[in-house]
Design a protein around this ligand. Structure first.
Ligand SMILES: Cc1cc2nc3c(=O)[nH]c(=O)nc-3n(C[C@H](O)[C@H](O)[C@H](O)COP(=O)(O)OP(=O)(O)OC[C@H]3O[C@@H](n4cnc5c(N)ncnc54)[C@H](O)[C@@H]3O)c2cc1C
Length: 534
């Protein structure tokens, strides 16, 4: 039998293994006897024709040699033969280490950097200012119940990083082969098998919490050291090279030498960015996006995307991606969470930041997504810290508009479009905890953001029927879609001003999500491995 890859086959929503086999034979115009095992490698929903919603699948098919030739032709047969890609072995450098490689931050960027280093025998030291996931979960629950965040243990700080309390979407636009390594590692750490199969995989916050704890255990088992509640406070340099750091743990300071420093601190650590800027680490301002989080009934989204097939048990909750241009600004949906919740993602008083989260089953009542507008350095100023100040200004405005500590300002879509405050909500119940205050949310958004969002809703409603329904809930402010600054690095991934400093992940401006941050962490680790001996 030949093993060949068929990139796009149709699979019916109600197909059984037997009926799918028959259908494959029909689609490939071969007899059933010519087919061996059929393995589905990737599956995505094809909802282009509402009357015929189905799956599109990429398959590894065993076919008799004659049939394989007939299916593909001689030339294409050669190109389609299945050959699993192997990761090339890493070459270790020869420079001796004068201290451990320090990895700061236990989000995906830091975790995967430390995991790669530990796997290659480098015994990294991995620290996070926040707590281990088991304790962090308690702190985050208390925050969502009371609106009061622990400044060092919250949805942004602690084991797993910012995405731990999220939908856990594992999509990345990158074609980097390291994406597959990230997915395989999640699988090895106990993630559900589907993530290896679906074209838009997601873990859900429930699985993410287990997976990051398993990854930490693996790093320790491979010889790495992990310290929680330990903050990077200062960096020491000699001749432009990082030689040591000061760590702060429960009020005690410790100075340690380091051979290299991977900085994967996410975008929430405004104090650390301010320190790095004053310490002369080269940075630049960067465009980002700001807006609100919209909530609709999940059923409305399912109906619009899947038509008569909405609610089919094999389809699950539908998602959407929306984008348009209003004047010279892009307006788009971001981090859409089917069947999820709108959650508070601040790290202290004055930070009213909303985001989205869901469990693996995505079975909550509402769909939510960020609707955001592009913001450019011309809107906030030329200094690398100006974007952080701009974010903080609108987060504070949302905090003040919420009125009572921890309540988010929110309004009905109908009121937002007619520029009036909301006094009561309708058929869509806001999911944000501890609660929302009905308000005119344009008061906590820059005028150009309000205008662009209003200008975009008509276009969005043509894509998703009912998207501009009066009772949809808009909650403010969605301010952390990506970092407003970039820590500069050269092709060796090191800071041009601080050699041995490897800025990594979303906060440093090089990634936009869980997988891309993890890949960036792997790249930094590989750059360090190529320089130093284990
Ligand atoms: C609610 C929410 C939902 C999201 N949903 C998704 C999603 O579904 N899919 C997706 O791909 N992305 C999602 N994201 C984005 C994703 O979480 C980030 O892109 C990703 O976590 C960035 O990884 P990172 O390693 O760069 O930084 P982070 O994950 O932010 O981790 C940084 C870590 O550094 C630590 N730290 C900071 N400063 C210091 C210091 N001075 N000393 C020691 N430690 C420090 C912090 O405590 C933190 O744990 C979501 C984000 C949020 C907030």
């Amino acid at each position: 039998m030949e093993k060949i890859i068929i990139p796009a086959l149709k699979m019916g929503l109600d197909d059984t293994p037997d009926s799918f086999r028959t259908s494959v034979a029909r689609q490939l115009k071969v007899s059933l006897e010519d087919l061996g095992t059929i393995t589905v490698l990737r599956r995505s929903v094809d909802a282009r024709k509402k009357a015929d919603v189905c799956f599109q699948v990429r398959c590894l098919v065993e076919a008799a040699p004659k049939a394989a030739r007939r299916i593909l032709g001689e030339e294409r047969l050669h190109a389609s033969r299945f050959a699993p890609a192997l990761q090339p072995p890493l070459v270790h450098g020869t420079q001796l280490q004068r201290g451990p490689v320090l990895v700061v931050g236990m989000g995906p960027g830091g975790l995967f950097a430390a995991w790669q280093l530990a796997r290659e025998g480098y015994r990294p030291l991995l620290i996070d200012r926040g707590k281990a996931i088991e304790d962090r979960v308690l702190d985050v629950s208390a925050y969502w119940a009371t609106g009061r965040a622990d400044p060092e243990s919250n949805p942004l700080f602690g084991e797993g990083g910012a995405g731990t309390f999220s939908d856990g979407k594992l999509t990345a636009r990158s074609k980097d082969p390291r994406c597959a390594l990230v997915i395989d590692t999640f699988l090895a750490c106990g993630a559900p098998q589907e993530i290896g199969l679906l074209s838009k995989p997601h873990l859900g916050t429930d699985n993410l919490r287990r997976v990051v704890a398993a990854l930490r255990q693996e790093i320790i088992a491979l010889g790495g050291e992990v310290r929680f509640s330990t903050k990077l406070e200062e960096i020491r340099t000699e001749n432009g090279r990082v030689t040591g750091v000061t760590l702060l743990h429960q009020g005690q300071r410790e100075q340690i030498p380091v051979s290299a420093l991977v900085l994967a601190i996410g975008q929430g650590a405004r104090d650390t960015y301010t320190y790095l800027y004053t310490a002369g680490v080269a940075m630049a301002p960067k465009a980002f996006a700001l807006g609100i989080r919209a909530e609709h009934p999940q059923q409305l989204i399912n109906q619009s995307q899947y038509g008569p097939f909405a609610g089919h048990p094999r389809l699950g909750a539908a998602d959407y991606v929306l984008k348009t241009q209003v004047g010279d600004r892009g307006v788009y949906s971001f981090c859409m969470c089917p069947g999820g919740f709108v959650v508070a993602s601040g790290a202290g008083p004055g930070q009213m930041v909303v985001n989205g989260m869901s469990n693996f089953r995505r079975d909550a009542q509402n769909a939510n997504a960020a609707l955001v507008v592009q913001v450019f350095p011309e809107d906030f100023g030329p200094s690398p810290l100006d974007g952080l100040r701009f974010q903080q200004r609108w987060e504070q405005a949302a905090w003040d508009l919420g009125g009572t500590e921890g309540l988010a300002p929110a309004c009905r879509m109908g009121d937002f479009l007619k520029a009036r405050p909301t006094t009561a909500f309708g058929s869509v119940t806001p999911s944000f905890r501890p609660g929302v205050t009905g308000a005119d949310i344009s008061r906590c958004l820059p005028g150009f953001v309000t205008d662009s969002l209003r200008g975009a809703m008509g276009t969005f409603a043509r894509e998703i029927q009912g998207f501009d329904m009066d009772d949809a809930v808009l909650t403010a402010v969605e301010s952390r879609t990506s970092a407003p600054l970039r820590i500069l690095r050269d092709e060796s991934m090191q800071s041009p001003t601080h050699r041995g400093l490897y800025p990594v992940g979303e906060g440093a401006g090089y990634a936009g999500g869980i997988v891309s941050s993890a890949v960036d962490g792997l790249k930094a680790a590989q750059a360090i491995i190529s320089q130093f001996a284990p």
